[in-house]
Design a protein around this ligand. Structure first.
Ligand code: 5RP
Length: 222
């Protein structure tokens, strides 16, 4: 099976976690795009969606799914999103699509986080995937030096020859060389560095359920 087929498999499996009549939290990325396509088939059975990025909002709306502002709704039943890495406890690295801040905001508003990913994303220790960190631009070099002190290398994410600008108007550092053995502690520490908007470790907003696409079917981790 191709990686695309594995993503489609978990995108479809995630429908089992959608609560009828309620608003669904929707993440960002190629796996979530498969989920959005499936969600469109049952759009008459949900109240709408809360979205974690401009890209997902546009896809949802194009398929006729109403998108609500986070501030217009209360707690949501479930948030469904992909990951760049996930460990057996549901801790994740996210932000490969630069949407980590809004992803964490929507995840925090949800009772349950369901992660959908192909099995290549499952790791023993987080950190092989370059860790995305959204930063206020004026703090980028100092934050890069703070990572250098941890023997990690932070580089500014570029697009078309200029720093990538997130949906929130900020920049992304991608950090290589980390082995994140204490995800909650690491997330708490980096989050309080001045100028860090969001660190892409999702430990405090970990996944309660992970649907992993494998060649033999969907493997569920809880
Ligand atoms: C976007 C994310 C995505 O969930 C993550 O990058 C996985 O994406 P994909 O499903 O395309 O592999 O965190 O910011």
């Amino acid at each position: 099976m191709t990686q695309d087929e594995l993503k489609a498999m978990v995108g479809q499996a995630a429908l089992d976690y959608v609560v009828p009549g309620e608003i669904v939290g929707v993440g960002t990325g190629s796996t979530v795009n498969k989920f959005i396509d499936e969600l469109a088939l049952i759009k008459d059975r949900i109240a709408g969606a809360v979205s974690s990025s401009v890209a997902s909002t546009e896809r949802l709306q194009a398929l006729g799914i109403q998108v609500f502002d986070c501030n217009a709704v209360g707690e949501i039943a479930v948030y469904i999103d992909g990951a760049d890495e996930i460990d057996a406890k549901g801790h994740m690295v996210k932000g490969g699509g630069a949407a980590l801040t809004r992803e964490k905001i929507v995840a925090a508003q949800a009772r349950r986080f369901v992660c959908i990913a192909d099995e290549s994303k499952l790791v023993d220790v987080l950190g092989r995937f370059p860790l995305p960190v959204e930063v206020i631009p004026m703090a980028a070099n100092r934050i890069a030096r703070q990572f250098a002190a941890l023997k990690a290398e932070a580089t500014l994410r570029m697009r078309d020859g200029a720093p990538l600008v997130t949906d929130n108007g900020q920049h992304i550092l991608d950090v290589r060389g980390l082995a994140i053995t204490d995800p909650p502690g690491f997330e708490s520490e980096v989050n309080q560095w001045p100028g860090v908007v969001t660190v892409g470790v999702f430990a405090h907003q970990r996944a309660q359920v992970c649907l992993l696409g494998t060649p033999t079917g969907v493997r569920t981790l809880r």
